[in-house]
Design a protein around this ligand. Sequence first.
Ligand code: TRP
Length: 445
Amino acid sequence: MQAREHWHSRIGFILAAAGSAVGLGNIWRFPYLAGEHGGGAFLLIYLMCAFTIGISALFAELAIGKATSRSPIGAFKALKAGPWTLAAYLGVCAAFLTLSFYSVVGGWTLAYVVKSVTGALGGESAESASDAFGALVSSTVEPVLYHGLFMALVVIVVVPGVRSGIEFASKWLMPILFILLLTLILRAVTLPGAAEGLEFYLRPDFSKVTATTFVAALSQAFFSLSVGLGAMITYGSYLGAGSGSLPKATTWIAGIDCGVAVLGGLLIFSAVFAFGHDPAAGPSLTFVTLPTVFHEMPGGALFATAFFALLAVAALTSAVSLLEVAVSYMVDQHGVSRRTAAIVLGIAIFIVGIPSSLSLGPWSDLTLFGLGVMDLADYVTVKLMLPIGSILLCLYAGWVVRPHLLDTTSKRDGAYPLTFRIWTVMCRFVAPIAITYILIAGLIR
Ligand code: TRP
């Protein structure tokens, strides 16, 4: 077998994995969920889920990848996982579906880059920003074209192979995104009226917490950390033997990801209250709030362009890891060339995503179980498939391949056995029971 490529450096690996984790989930999905679920209480529950169950699942994926040096399906086959391989197939389907609507939102960020340059963000007031966003997403052709453009970019990165491109992009762009985020926060928290937003976001109000809050928080933790469908197995598979402590790297990745989400929330909610937006506006929240902030800044158009461009790149590095799950399946199992697999799947995902885009415009009357197409795709993938995938993954890692993982990740890495013991209990009992409970409670409500 050909020697497998490795990450250039440990920090390169951490930033690349963080690049998969940090994406629209942090700056778009997290703030609007927090807004819908009462702010501070959601933030707290989310962080709790991420640092207990989410991080355990993340470690399980990275360790399986490292132990087998293979991408998801290949990894399960190499471990002779038998029926557990089902989890990998579920992951491939979930990745395909998730990307279909993720790419639509990725397309919005591209559209916003263009609108920042042409000055069409409508940031003069909350109403005009909301109108500008509404006009974009409810039209028929424009958002579909941007969705196609976004998918094309994803394919272009995936064709030559994830490793070099992703590691390079993440290493440079992640720090820039971070600095820009901090700059914007400085502007936003000093706006008159921002204090009310900080209060909403940072002071938990538990009276708004229901079972659905937990479902939303837990599934968001999986989504944001990129776990539940095997994407992180691929990233772990590019780790060589002497790559340092995996538990520590995992903690860094989760820390960066949650850190960016917390900062994203700070930015959005300061501005939401300063400009009189509705915190429970849903998926439009980030796109209507940020333009009003940029409008208040000297050189706002420049900041807006830079910010949406970086957000588009962050979305791109995440989308790449989603497409890679399906591509590596075609390459490993069906002997298709990487190029063909990426192009064919890219086109298929583009087509499947079109109804999601149209569901916000001409097809807005089309609903199933009371949800439009995009909401339904989001629900089925993020709220059902990711948690179920994570249960299977945790059970498998904790009960079946654990000795194998200890062998390849802990002993050689000199990791604390205590960490591994806690992780084992998390994977064997806590995660499966908690996820099952939350799923059922959320479904029956
Ligand atoms: N974590 C990414 C975000 O927050 C999305 C993502 C990338 C993802 N790869 C994934 C979600 C794998 C679930 C599984 O935007």
